[in-house]
Design a protein around this ligand. Structure first.
Ligand code: SAH
Length: 260
């Protein structure tokens, strides 16, 4: 297993697998449910009908998730590279599987993905759910504790509940979304900050800020102040621009003084 890299969102290792879906509309609604919660990897296993105009209509703005969906012939194929497979069931079955609540399932899924594993949440057919052979491929079952007398949610709504729990779990570890393009700069690196502190020292010398006192104490205070500000790269560049001007003005002033 690889360790989590900071550039790739954790949610890339979480896939929603729909097995044998009968209504193409549900595939679209599931895509929408996923996208609202920041999930983008939809996998279809032998849908009765391929996604069509009905799926697109119900996907609304999540047609990108729908378009990117991979299709496999069997569940075994769809989860072949997964380290954790969780099967969502509307009823408890007589099968030797741990049964998790959605919240527990989300926590387990996230632990797996953060450790670098590929994780699948699997949903069954509208009429008959997942068959026993498919459940055998799962490491645990997930059951939404619905009304026991009427426990079967619409497929896409079950996806929504699990996607929401995954989102809460992701937000709790700061892994909600990749930053929208162009928004937010990377935090300043150690080297960038040291470059800035070095230039700050030079600029303070140039304007004779210390007036004969030892510079260390003031530099320590500035260091603490700027470290507290949690600067990003762009902010460091901005501050260095100011310091460059300070140094330039100090040089001009010194030159003018010398000419007098
Ligand atoms: N009649 C089917 C219901 C299938 S509903 C059955 O009894 O199994 C379609 C899919 O939605 C299910 O296979 C399951 O993956 C999901 N689902 C529906 N209700 C659920 C619930 N209460 N808990 C977990 N998953 C549920």
């Amino acid at each position: 297993m690889t360790t989590h890299s900071t550039t790739e969102p954790i949610s890339n290792r979480l896939r929603i697998v729909l097995v044998g879906t009968q209504h193409p509309g549900n595939i679209g609604s599931a895509a929408r449910a996923m996208k609202t919660m920041g999930l983008g990897r939809l996998v279809l296993v032998a849908p009765e009908k391929a996604p069509n105009h009905e799926s697109e209509a119900l996907a609304a703005g999540a047609d990108d998730v729908l378009a990117a969906a991979a299709t496999h012939a069997t569940l075994a194929e769809a989860v072949a590279d997964c380290h954790l497979v969780l099967g969502c069931t509307a009823r408890s079955r007589r099968i030797a599987l741990d049964e998790l609540l959605p919240r527990e399932a989300a926590a387990r899924a996230l632990d797996g993905a953060r450790a670098g594993g590929e994780v699948a949440l699997v949903f069954g057919r509208e009429r008959t759910g997942l068959d026993n052979e498919e459940l055998q491929l799962c490491h645990a079952a997930v059951h939404i504790p619905a009304n026991p007398a009427y426990s079967s949610l619409n497929l896409a709504m079950a996806v929504q509940v699990l996607a929401y729990e995954l989102r809460l779990a992701l937000l709790a570890v700061g892994g909600g979304d990749p930053a929208p393009a162009g928004d937010g700069d990377p935090p300043a690196s150690h080297a960038e900050l040291e470059g800035f502190f070095g230039q700050l020292g030079d600029a303070l010398d140039a304007i004779d800020f210390h007036k004969g006192r030892a510079p260390e104490s003031a530099l320590r205070k500035f260091r603490r102040l700027f470290l507290k500000a949690d600067l990003d790269s762009r902010e460091v560049r901005l501050l260095r621009g100011v310091l460059a001007d300070v140094e330039r003005m100090a040089m001009l002033a010194a030159r003018a003084g010398g000419e007098r």
